[in-house]
Ligand binder design. Structure first.
Ligand SMILES: Cc1cc2nc3c(=O)[nH]c(=O)nc-3n(C[C@H](O)[C@H](O)[C@H](O)COP(=O)(O)OP(=O)(O)OC[C@H]3O[C@@H](n4cnc5c(N)ncnc54)[C@H](O)[C@@H]3O)c2cc1C
Length: 446
C-alpha cells in the first residue's frame, strides 16, 4: 500500500502509548531526542487507563526519574480530590484524569503524539528498521526514524521487523484474561456500615479515604460476604466463575464509584485468535452484568448502583514476548539475580492468574521480603536480529513465569525510562541500540 504521507526526521519512533511506551517517549524526549509516539487508541497509558487497571501494585524498590516525574505531576494534578497512595508505593488513579495528565506531560515535553495510529508493518533492511507504516483514521502514513521502541504490549513491531517471539508457558498454559468495569452511584456510607457489621477486614470499613471490596472464596477477611456469595451460587444467582474473584477499588476524584479488577474469565482459548478474542469480549460483558445485578439485589449500598463504564481494551496479562539476548527466567526471580547491565528493579511476585487455583496458590508463596529485588538486564530489551530496536513493558525477553512479575506497572515504566536513555546513548556514540553497553545505563537508574 502506498502511504499518503511520510513523516521523517525523528530520532525515535515509539510504537504503543501504554504504560511503558509513555515512559519511553518521555524519557527519550527529556534526553533531547525528537520523538513520535504512535498509539492505536485515542488515549495514552494503554492497559492502565484503557483496560482500567487501577491501582499500581506496590513496589518497595525505587523507580526511575521518568516514573517519578509522572507520579509527581499526577499527584499535583489530583491534589484535594481524594487519597492517591496506599502503603508500599501503591498508586490510586482514575482512568480519565490519568489519560489527561499523561497527555499533558508528554505534550509539554515535546513528544509528538499520533492517536488512532495502528502500526501495521515495518520496512526492515539488513536487520535495520527503516520505517513503520500506520493506519491513521482513513489512510496510511509512513514514519522514518533512527531508532524504534516496541511498546505495543504484544511485540507487534518486533514481529514485523523479524525478531523471534515466544508465547505462553512450555506446557502451553496461558494467563487469564479479564474485562474490567466501573460501577457508580454506590452508597458508600451504607456499604461501610454493612461491611463493618459483617466482620469484613479486607480494608477498614471505617476508613472513608479508601475502599477495597473483595470476595474470594475461603478468604476469611471477606467476613459474611463468603456466606452471601455461597448462597447465591447455590440458588443459581451467580456462577462460580463470577464469584471466584471479585475485587473493586475506590478511585480519587470519583466518589461513589468502584473499579473492578474482574471478571476474570475462564480459559476460552488463545486471545491472539480473532474469534476467541471476540468471544472473550462477549463472555466478559455478560459476566459484568450478572455480577452488577447480583450486587444491586444483595449488597447494601449497591441498590442504586449501575455499570458506568466498561474498559475499552481487554485486560490481557500476557501475549507475545520477544526473544532477546538474555531470556529472564523464574530462576532469576528465585535467586534475586543482579546483573552488570541491570537497568530496572522488580520485586512483585510470580503472579499467575489462572483457572488452576493450585497455580495461583503456589505463586503466592514466593513473595519477596520488603527491600529484596531482582534486576532486569539490558540484554532482555534488545535482540540480535534487529539492530535499532528496543522492546519494553510486558513483552521483554523472559519466560512465562517471570513475565508475571515484570509486567507490573512500576516496572514497565522503569524499563521505558531506560529505553529512552539507551536511545540517547546510541545516538551519542553513533551505535545501534543492540550494541549499547547496558552497564553504562545502570548508574543513573539504580
Ligand atoms: C486485568 C489486569 C490486571 C492487572 N493488575 C495490575 C495491578 O493491579 N497493578 C499493576 O501494577 N499491574 C497490573 N497489571 C499489569 C499491567 O497493568 C500491565 O502489564 C502493563 O500496564 C503493561 O504495560 P505495557 O506498556 O507493556 O502494555 P500496555 O499498557 O498494554 O500498552 C500497549 C499499548 O500499545 C498500543 N498498541 C498495540 N498495538 C499497537 C499498534 N499496532 N500500533 C500502535 N499502538 C499499538 C495499545 O493500544 C496500548 O496502548 C494488570 C494487567 C491486567 C491485564
Amino acid at each position: 500500500m502506498k502511504p499518503n504521507k511520510t513523516y521523517a526526521g525523528y530520532d525515535v519512533v515509539v510504537v504503543g502509548g501504554g504504560t511503558a511506551g509513555v515512559a519511553a517517549a518521555l524519557s527519550a524526549s527529556l534526553q533531547g531526542l525528537k520523538v513520535a509516539l504512535l498509539e492505536k487508541r485515542i488515549a495514552l497509558t494503554g492497559t492502565q487507563a484503557n483496560a482500567m487497571v487501577t491501582p499500581f501494585m506496590p513496589s518497595h524498590v525505587h523507580g526511575s526519574a521518568t516514573a517519578d516525574m509522572l507520579t509527581r505531576a499526577y499527584r499535583e494534578h489530583m491534589a484535594g480530590q481524594g487519597r492517591l497512595t496506599l502503603p508500599g508505593n501503591m498508586e490510586l488513579y482514575s482512568p480519565e484524569s490519568f489519560k489527561l495528565l499523561n497527555e499533558q506531560v508528554l505534550t509539554e515535553n515535546g513528544v509528538e503524539i499520533f492517536y488512532d495510529a495502528t502500526v501495521i508493518t515495518a520496512d526492515t533492511d539488513n536487520g535495520i528498521i527503516q520505517s513503520v507504516t500506520a493506519l491513521i483514521f482513513d489512510n496510511f502514513y509512513m514514519f522514518e526514524a533512527e531508532q524504534f521502541i516496541d511498546a505495543s504490549g504484544d511485540a507487534l513491531l518486533s514481529r514485523f521487523a523479524g525478531a523471534q517471539l515466544m508465547t505462553g508457558d512450555t506446557d502451553g498454559s496461558r494467563q487469564s484474561v479479564s474485562f474490567r468495569f466501573e460501577m457508580a452511584n454506590i452508597n458508600f456510607d451504607r456499604l461501610r456500615q454493612y461491611l463493618a457489621q459483617a466482620d469484613y477486614t479486607f480494608c477498614d470499613p471505617a476508613d472513608e479515604t479508601f475502599m477495597e471490596f473483595v470476595h474470594v472464596p475461603g478468604v476469611e477477611a471477606c467476613g459474611d460476604l463468603l456466606e452471601v456469595f455461597a448462597k447465591a451460587q447455590q440458588n443459581g444467582e451467580l456462577t462460580p466463575e463470577i464469584a471466584r474473584y471479585i475485587q473493586g477499588f475506590s478511585m480519587p476524584g470519583k466518589p461513589g464509584s468502584l473499579s473492578f479488577n474482574n471478571p476474570q474469565m475462564p480459559q476460552l482459548g488463545n486471545v491472539e485468535d480473532p474469534q476467541v478474542f471476540s468471544e472473550y469480549v462477549r463472555y466478559g460483558r455478560k459476566m459484568q452484568h450478572q455480577l452488577a445485578a447480583f450486587l444491586a439485589a444483595n449488597i447494601p449500598g449497591f441498590e442504586q448502583a449501575f455499570i458506568s463504564q466498561e474498559a475499552n481494551m481487554l485486560g490481557v496479562r500476557e501475549s507475545n514476548r520477544v526473544k532477546g539476548r538474555y531470556v529472564m527466567t523464574a530462576n532469576d526471580y528465585a535467586q534475586r539475580r543482579k546483573f552488570d547491565d541491570g537497568i530496572a528493579r522488580g520485586d512483585w511476585y510470580i503472579d499467575i492468574h489462572s483457572d488452576d487455583l493450585d497455580v495461583e496458590d503456589e505463586s503466592f508463596k514466593k513473595k519477596y521480603d520488603k527491600g529484596e529485588y531482582y534486576e532486569i538486564p539490558y540484554r532482555s530489551l534488545v535482540c540480535g536480529e534487529v539492530a535499532n530496536l528496543i522492546f519494553v513493558g510486558r513483552i521483554i525477553s523472559c519466560d512465562f513465569k517471570m513475565q508475571s512479575s515484570i509486567r507490573i506497572q512500576h516496572t514497565c515504566r522503569d524499563m521505558g525510562d531506560a529505553a529512552g536513555r539507551a536511545c540517547a546513548l546510541a545516538k551519542q556514540h553513533g551505535i545501534a541500540l543492540n550494541q549499547v553497553n547496558g552497564c553504562d545505563l545502570k548508574g543513573e537508574c539504580l
